[in-house]
Design a protein around this ligand. Structure first.
Ligand SMILES: [Fe+2]
Length: 130
């Protein structure tokens, strides 16, 4: 279980709410991994990946619009990190996912947790509220 804490707030209410939703998605991956009773998790993995990708795209464009609106100088490195994130999700091979289901859930989880700890808690924290 990955718990949201107030200290993760960057001080921009809308973005903080969106970050909470990313924690929710990480927890969905965690729940799916823990589920020992389903033999075939493929459909749920694909659903989770779609949810993650769609939400990430929505959130990134919101954040990018905000950064542009305040002429934030860190915009370009953020944009590159965001694009890499979406590209990484798009690069997953569906057949490979089917054959190594739990390994992929773990990888997705790892990837999101890494993103939370490195991107949200470090880079996003530097975006000034206005
Ligand atoms: Fe963010």
């Amino acid at each position: 279980m990955i718990k949201w804490k107030d200290e993760y707030k960057i001080g921009i209410a809308e973005i903080d709410e969106q970050h909470k939703k990313i924690f929710d998605i990480a927890n969905e991956a965690y729940e799916l991994l823990k589920d020992e009773f389903s033999y075939d998790k493929y459909d749920r993995i694909i659903e989770l990946l779609e949810e993650l990708k769609n939400y990430a795209k929505f959130h990134f464009s919101y954040e990018e619009d905000y950064m542009l609106s305040i002429k934030y100088k860190g915009y370009f490195s953020q944009k590159v990190a965001h694009d890499n994130f979406v590209e990484k999700i798009n690069s997953y091979d569906l057949n490979d996912i089917d054959e190594n289901q739990d390994q992929y859930i773990l990888e997705i989880l790892d990837f999101v947790v890494d993103w939370i700890s490195k991107h949200i808690l470090v880079s996003d924290k530097q975006i000034p509220a206005q």
